[in-house]
Design a protein around this ligand. Structure first.
Ligand SMILES: [Zn+2]
Length: 203
């Protein structure tokens, strides 16, 4: 069961449990590197073809691949660092881990004692309004909208291709499985993202 935002706020036991799980997960996914698709998107951005990337991923791999921060909208946040819920300042995960492992307690912000949480959007936590607004604007202005590696069921992100399409964009969907929006796609490519980008790269 994922830890609900309200439980994180109200219970030290839940905060400590959230950090315990976070570090188990981080150890299990340690060493994961950006793939061909991440790199291809950076290249498309550098070439001026891509206005921005909106992602539901929290693994930070777009940034690791070199995507400029101002072109990246991480609507579910970023799990590679932590933030104080009171003052919004950033904390390195190593800083959190040292304190958690020494005390088995969740650390508090050094500035004002606020709760420090992984910089992701938890269940029950409000979506970042500004980021969503910007993503919707970009979708409305797009000539081409690429929906990559998403089943397009999780809202509000799944609304973006619909907004783009309604405003005249060509909608390209690339996914391994059928998506909720296949019926309105102009181009539908079924396959693994890495394979699809590898194929394009050869041409
Ligand atoms: Zn703080």
């Amino acid at each position: 069961m994922p830890i609900h935002y309200d439980d994180f706020i109200s219970s030290e036991e839940m905060r400590a449990e959230a950090w315990r799980r976070k570090f188990v997960l981080d150890d299990a996914t340690k060493g994961v590197k950006p793939n061909l698709a991440h790199h291809a998107l950076v290249k498309l951005t550098e070439q001026g073809h891509l206005a921005a990337v909106v992602t539901q991923n929290i693994d930070g791999l777009h940034l690791a691949a070199g995507m400029p921060e101002d072109r990246l909208i991480e609507i579910h946040g970023n799990g590679t660092y932590a933030k104080c819920l009171s003052c919004d300042c950033r904390y390195n995960l190593n800083w959190v881990r040292e304190r958690y492992e020494a005390t088995k307690q969740s650390p508090l912000c050094e500035a004002g004692g606020g709760y420090v949480k992984s910089a992701t959007i938890s269940f029950g936590q409000a979506m970042p309004f500004e980021k969503m607004r910007r993503a919707e604007q970009l979708a409305a202005q797009a000539d081409v909208f690429l929906a990559l590696g998403s089943s397009l069921v999780v809202y509000p992100a799944a609304a973006l291709p619909v907004i783009a399409k309604r405003n005249g964009a060509v909608l390209v969907i690339v996914n391994r499985e059928p998506t909720e929006l296949d019926a309105i796609a102009d181009v539908l490519i079924s396959g693994n993202l890495g394979d699809v980008f590898a194929t394009f790269q050869q041409h």
